[in-house]
Design a protein around this ligand. Structure first.
Ligand code: CUA
Length: 166
């Protein structure tokens, strides 16, 4: 079979970009951990506060698990409970979140924490917070008139640093 020179170039270019795309996707999924919620756990969204762990939202230190902290979070129009999250540097954290009404987002900008919170489902994400700072948490799913005002803050603090940063 004879291939014209330009055809060969395009074949190489097409195959090359496909491979590059798959590599980028693979790094994102397996290295950076960006993937959809597993959504395997369900909950009655009208009564989330009646069930564990959502009867006690907040940041909790845990023992005997593969992670050090749990952030139990309830989103509703148009705020988050807890309103702010503070975690120590290098803590392994499991976020356990759901919504009381409509679909909300939970994205900590500048980190790989980004979840979609769907009514009736529990979203979980485990990560290590390895950079100090204050990160804006935004709702990135349109949820109504107050959507633009739905935000919160994640603070990652170094417990060993001198307390003169502010
Ligand atoms: Cu909640 Cu947009």
């Amino acid at each position: 079979m004879h291939l014209h020179k330009y055809e060969k170039w395009w074949l190489v270019f097409g195959t090359g970009t496909l491979i590059a795309f798959l590599i980028i996707l693979g790094i994102g999924a397996f290295h950076s951990g960006s993937h959809p919620n597993n959504s395997r756990k369900t909950i009655d969204y009208e009564r989330v506060e009646d069930f564990e762990p959502f009867n006690n939202p907040g940041v909790h230190k845990v023992e005997g698990k593969d992670w050090d902290y749990e952030v139990v979070l309830i989103a509703s129009a148009f705020n988050y409970n807890p309103a702010e999250i503070e975690l120590p540097l290098n803590a392994k954290v499991k976020f356990i979140a759901t919504t009381k009404d409509v679909i909300h987002g939970f994205q900590a900008t500048g980190t790989n924490i980004n979840m979609m919170l769907e009514p009736g489902y529990i979203s979980e994400y485990t990560t290590v917070v390895n950079k100090t700072g204050e990160y804006l948490i935004v709702c990135n799913e349109y949820c109504g008139t107050g959507h633009a005002y739905m935000y919160s803050k994640l603070k990652v603090v170094d417990p060993n640093a001198a307390n003169d940063s502010e």
